[in-house]
Design a protein around this ligand. Structure first.
Ligand code: TXA
Ligand code: MG
Length: 340
């Protein structure tokens, strides 16, 4: 299959890409679309075989449910069974935007999307292209991040092409994603609003809307993330060699050099990603400096990891980040990446 990449930097191109994407989706195809968080791999949410196709292409375990993307109140009503005052408050505060709400699902949302759960994750994305495609199709879009399972989420069309070339018919190129990490996932199905996945809309911002909002405690999080093993055929691919990633704090270049040695790597085969302590040694394979600001950091993180990984280094060493609410989404992503 040839993968077409369509830009959207003029109104004529935007219109053509919207039309092409909506037409393919209407025929049950899956396409990669830009969103403000990361690129999504989209299918018509009401077409079960198209939804199944997402799992196949991504090699995603069948028990990991998908987010349903909407672009109107009317669409929202068709997807959820209950809509509380609390849900209304969160939606008013953060939609369209990088917040996903988990709510009791309506009948039209199949188990293929929810992985058998009675709840559905809903997001109203802020990206104009994604909104335009949803409106043109007239139906919600099921869309996980447009990467192969367990690999880096894409924040550019190039990242998507790198993983999904020849596997999907279309990638719409909307440039770099503005938020840069995946949405905050907030469950409204329990006694209190619970953050299942932290993101740039952080705990304190959510507590300003509802003070009872809490983080999922570490223990239940661990239980939740225990996915059954993939089928043996896919297993190898998921664990194909990729750069080892470590998080570390250093307060001088000499400290950093000692750490690289302790991790068993050589300087020339190590990529550094830092935000405060910029090393003076020029012998590293690559040094990426990301601004010390959580929003700017989130925007740049995956792109920097992508280029670092392209160098095929022995080690990617990331400078540790602050332990505050605003950095929680970033801490979560780099910690996951380091446990691979
Ligand atoms: O920013 C984003 O959220 C991007 C863009 C494309 O919207 N999408 C994304 O999708 O990151 P994905 O599939 O990579 O992550 C979806 C997350 C997973 O952690 C999944 O377990 C959770 O949402 N999720 C989906 N449905 C759920 C449900 N019913 N209950 C609990 N968690 C759910
Ligand atoms: Mg993902």
């Amino acid at each position: 299959m040839k993968t077409e990449v369509l830009p959207i930097h003029s109104s004529v191109l935007f219109e053509a890409a919207t039309e092409k994407a909506a037409t393919l989706l209407d025929c049950g195809e899956i396409v990669a679309l830009p969103s403000e968080t990361v690129y999504g791999l989209a299918a018509d949410a009401l077409n079960t075989s198209a939804v199944r196709c997402i799992y196949e292409v991504k090699q995603r375990p069948a028990n990991n449910p998908l987010i349903v993307h909407i672009a109107s109140r009317k669409m929202l009503q068709t997807c959820v069974r209950e809509w509380s005052d609390v849900a209304e408050k969160f939606a008013n505060a953060f939609w369209p935007g990088p917040l996903t709400l988990v709510l009791p699902k309506a009948k039209c949302i199949t188990h293929a999307i929810t992985a058998g759960l009675d709840s559905v994750a809903i997001r109203w994305p802020a990206h104009p292209l994604m909104q335009a495609v949803i409106r043109r199709l007239g139906r919600p879009l099921a869309a996980p991040s447009a990467n192969l399972a367990n690999q880096l989420s894409p924040t550019s069309a190039e990242h998507v092409l790198n993983q999904l070339d020849k596997r999907i018919p279309l990638i719409v190129d909307g440039g770099l994603s503005n938020v840069g990490i995946e949405s905050t996932v907030l469950s409204l199905c329990g006694a209190a609003p619970t953050v299942l996945r932290p993101g740039v809309i952080h705990l304190e911002a959510l507590q300003a809307i509802d003070p009872s909002t809490r983080n999922l405690d570490a223990l239940s999080k661990r239980k939740n993330s225990k996915q059954p093993q993939l089928s043996p055929g896919l297993h190898k691919k998921h664990y194909a060699p990729r750069a080892r990633l470590k998080i570390h704090h250093w307060d001088s270049t000499s400290n950093l050099l000692k750490a690289v040695e302790a991790f068993g790597a050589t300087q020339s085969r190590t990529c550094i990603i830092c935000h405060e302590q910029i090393p003076s040694a020029e012998t590293f394979s690559r040094v990426s400096v990301i601004p010390h600001d959580p929003e700017a950091y989130a925007r740049a993180l995956y792109a920097e990891l992508f280029v670092a990984d392209q160098e095929k280094p022995d080690l990617i060493l990331i400078e540790s980040v602050p332990d505050t609410s605003a950095w929680q989404g970033i801490r979560d992503r780099i910690t996951r990446a380091s446990s691979n």
